[in-house]
Design a protein around this ligand. Structure first.
Ligand code: C2E
Ligand code: MG
Ligand code: MG
Ligand code: MG
Length: 286
């Protein structure tokens, strides 16, 4: 009996694995077309300055609406694109889109709005990354100070000479650097001794627990104060409720991002968001 059950579970497991592998292979094939046809677009999520309650930054997030398969989340296709190298052309297309959008917003009079972009390890390891970025800024007449580049702790922790050097070059060009998903997984703060960053983005999982778990609340407060002590800016991600916000304001967090304010929206909605400010959520349906 027990033996049979074990066998069954095993075969369910292998079937699932096979399905997952098929799915990845399928995505991998489709990604090639996606690059050629420019199917991957950016959406933008506001980052709110909690002192002024103004949207001052937008995080650009990759969106892939496949003509047949529908929406495929970045959590699914980015890792595959990182594996097969397509993240390089995808990253270039997205950086370009972000520049286009930012230029457009600046021209419309939103001159102080800034853009956050997520970077992958592979992009930072690419020998042409810096010259690509420089050329883009020149082409769009944009300033490096208008951008914050988000890297994960894994990247900060990678002891890759090339990567550290690229990050330093980006810093000296004037880009701000943020650590994304700060505190997620088995993290370390040791890299903060060697890599100069500007911002920590506290992982969503902390924010979701601050009102229910005393230990998480203390740790989150400590992270905010760590950031302040080090002269870093701190962003809370995944802010979904009034209670989350209360906690963050009580502990003097600088910035908030999350569904409480707004989800990521397509480029056609950004101006509406910026125009209406933080009162939009009462007036708008997504
Ligand atoms: P991330 O950079 O940490 O982005 C924040 C994620 O949290 C986004 O998921 C966003 O939609 C989601 N989010 C924001 N506020 C809330 C909230 O209040 N509640 C909940 N439940 N979720 C919220 P998304 O867009 O699915 O992106 C997932 C991850 O994929 C990103 O995490 C980032 O690591 C990666 N990614 C997205 N776009 C890019 C890109 O252009 N390049 C690279 N390299 N990675 C990207
Ligand atoms: Mg991010
Ligand atoms: Mg991330
Ligand atoms: Mg994050």
């Amino acid at each position: 009996q027990a033996k049979n059950k074990g066998k069954n579970q095993f075969s369910i497991y292998t079937t699932k694995l096979k399905e997952e592998r098929l799915w990845s292979t399928r995505i991998e094939q489709l990604l090639h077309n996606a690059v050629e046809n420019h199917e991957i677009k950016l959406n933008y999520q506001p980052i709110i300055n909690l002192e002024t309650e103004e949207i001052e930054r937008l995080e650009a997030l990759a969106r892939w609406d496949h003509p047949e398969l529908g929406y495929i989340p970045p959590g699914e296709f980015i890792p595959i694109a990182e594996e097969n190298g397509l993240i390089i052309p995808i990253g270039q297309q997205l950086f370009k889109q972000a520049c286009e959008q930012l230029t457009n917003l600046h021209q419309k009079g939103y001159t102080s709005i800034q853009m956050n972009l997520n970077l992958s390890l592979l992009q930072l390891q690419h020998p042409d990354f810096i010259s690509f970025v420089k050329a883009l800024l020149k082409q769009y007449k944009l300033c490096s100070k208008d951008f914050e580049l988000e890297i994960t702790e894994n990247i900060a922790l990678s002891n890759d000479e090339m990567v550290i050097q690229t990050i330093q070059s980006l810093k000296s060009l004037g880009f701000r650097i943020a650590i994304d998903d700060f505190g997620r997984g088995y993290s370390s703060v040791g890299y903060l001794r060697t890599i100069t960053v500007d911002t920590l983005k506290i992982d969503k999982s902390y924010i979701w627990d601050v009102n229910d778990d005393e230990q998480t609340a203390r740790l989150t407060a400590a992270i905010i104060s760590l950031a302040r002590t080090m002269g870093l800016e701190i962003v809370a991600e995944g802010v979904e409720t009034e209670e989350h916000l209360e906690f963050l304001k009580t502990h003097s967090c600088h910035w908030a991002q999350g569904y409480y304010y707004a989800p990521p929206v397509g480029k056609e909605l950004i101006e509406t968001l910026l125009e209406r400010g933080v009162t939009w959520k009462k007036q708008m349906e997504y």
